[in-house]
Design a binder for this molecule. Structure first.
Ligand SMILES: Cc1cc2nc3c(=O)[nH]c(=O)nc-3n(C[C@H](O)[C@H](O)[C@H](O)COP(=O)(O)OP(=O)(O)OC[C@H]3O[C@@H](n4cnc5c(N)ncnc54)[C@H](O)[C@@H]3O)c2cc1C
Length: 403
């Protein structure tokens, strides 16, 4: 083995979760060593980041750059475009119903990655070894990683931000419950004739959601969940033909559509580990939860993982990787991760299912949301920040009792 380094926190993975974890730990006063390849510059996706996530990104100093190149999400609507027996009315959620100007911002991933990388390079407390961790060595009082470039890094805690096939998670021996899904997401950006007025629309179809999300100007991003074969076939179509298909699917809601730039296909899976930390390794981002892209939950949940982990470790600075710290982290994350994964997987399954009771349950849920403003308010608040829907309902209840 060539070089050897010592640090407080080792972060494996240079996707958005790894870069954010490195920044948050450095800002909390820890020495951080990041291991991962060069940051991706070819990701055609955009990420809808909700208001609490933007507050976190403000704390690590990059939100203003992201907002300048993103678009606000003022209204989100769900349209039942299934041809099933039971269908529901469209449901519209407006940020101003809960006193907010916007739920969040839709940011191109190229911009997000660029700004995170620049911020990481700017922090003297972060060292970055480019490459991959090849081997993990776990002991009672520390953890060491060996990289493919013959560097050994020793730390008190390793943050596994190495994605859905996390090798760090495998090294801990944590069991993972996986489900392969008969779906893939076709991802692209497009321009359109009509103004989107900062409305995002999720059309529910029998293969999964078709989601348009605003970008600056008369442009939007698209995540279209299809069978893997159809997604690949659509991606291979000439732009003109694909543009017409998208326009038809949106019922010409935004007028004429023109596909712009690259079109990519992401296979979908669902994975949930039995626990979120063990043996000096804490899981964050897709190493801790993978589910279909419905309702813009994935990275927003990953940011809450990072916030909780930094809070727990800051309270146990003498040894942030000790068993008690990891048990505390896992306990804190469990309800949020289980609730989000469960809700997204159940909604996705109800779209794919021909089973009438599943369709009925989805339809009744959407009808109730469409008809009942307080219920909509509750779900909007919970969607932004777990617990805030309950907190608001409780304070309203107390107010009424007082009156
Ligand atoms: C189509 C689509 C749309 C989405 N839209 C949204 C949205 O609007 N809002 C939202 O919140 N979420 C969204 N998500 C989810 C979001 O994209 C993910 O949550 C996020 O990308 C996960 O980031 P990550 O850093 O955990 O994983 P990744 O981005 O997969 O990064 C993992 C990193 O680890 C590295 N790595 C792997 N192995 C090793 C190793 N051995 N050593 C070192 N490094 C390693 C990889 O090279 C990579 O850099 C969407 C997902 C999809 C598929």
């Amino acid at each position: 083995m060539g070089k050897s380094e010592r640090t407080d926190i080792l972060v494996a993975g240079t996707g958005p979760a790894g870069l954010m974890a490195a920044l948050a730990f450095a800002d909390a006063g820890f020495a951080v060593h990041l291991v991962g390849p060069a940051v991706r510059t070819d990701d055609a996706r955009t990420t809808a980041l909700m208001a609490p996530s933007l507050r976190f990104l403000t704390e690590i100093g990059i939100a203003q750059h992201l907002i300048a190149e993103g678009a606000p999400l003022r209204t989100m609507q769900i349209v039942d475009a299934t041809r099933r027996l039971v269908r529901s009315r469209p449901v519209r959620f407006s940020a101003n119903e809960i006193g907010e100007e916007a739920f969040g911002y839709n940011i191109p991933n190229t911009v997000l990655h660029r700004e995170l990388e620049a911020a990481v390079k700017d922090r003297s407390a972060i060292s970055w070894t480019q490459g991959f961790v090849e081997r993990w060595h776990i002991s009672q009082d520390g953890i060491a990683a060996e990289t493919d470039r013959q560097v050994r890094i020793e730390a008190q805690l390793a943050v596994a931000a190495d994605g859905r096939n996390s090798s760090a998670r495998e090294a801990t021996g944590i069991t993972v419950f996986r489900r392969s899904l008969p779906q893939a997401a076709l991802v692209l950006n497009f321009s359109h004739e009509a103004d989107h007025q900062f409305v995002s629309t999720e059309f529910h179809t029998e293969t999964g959601p078709f989601t348009q999300v605003p970008l600056p100007g008369r442009r939007s991003s698209l995540v279209w969940v299809l069978s893997p074969q159809t997604a690949e076939a659509h991606a291979a179509l000439p732009d003109e033909r694909l543009s017409r298909l998208i326009e038809e699917q949106m019922q010409s809601m935004l007028g004429r559509v023109t596909v712009e730039g690259p079109c990519q296909v992401y296979p979908l899976t669902s994975a949930l580990p039995a626990t979120f930390a063990r043996n000096r390794i804490a899981l964050v981002g897709e190493a801790a939860h993978v589910f279909p892209p419905i309702g813009a939950q994935g990275l927003n949940l990953g940011i809450r993982d990072i916030k909780d982990l930094v809070t727990v470790c800051s309270a146990r600075r003498e040894d942030p990787g000790a068993d008690r710290a990891l048990a505390d982290y896992s306990r804190r994350r469990r309800p949020d991760i289980l609730a989000r994964s469960g809700a997204v997987n159940a909604l996705n399954a109800s779209l794919l299912s021909d089973f009438l009771p599943a369709q009925l349950a989805r339809s009744i849920g959407l009808e109730a949301l469409s008809a009942l403003a307080p219920l909509r308010g509750f779900f909007m608040r919970e969607g932004l920040q777990p617990g805030s829907g309950f907190a608001h309902a409780l304070s309203r209840g107390r107010e009424q009792v007082r009156r």
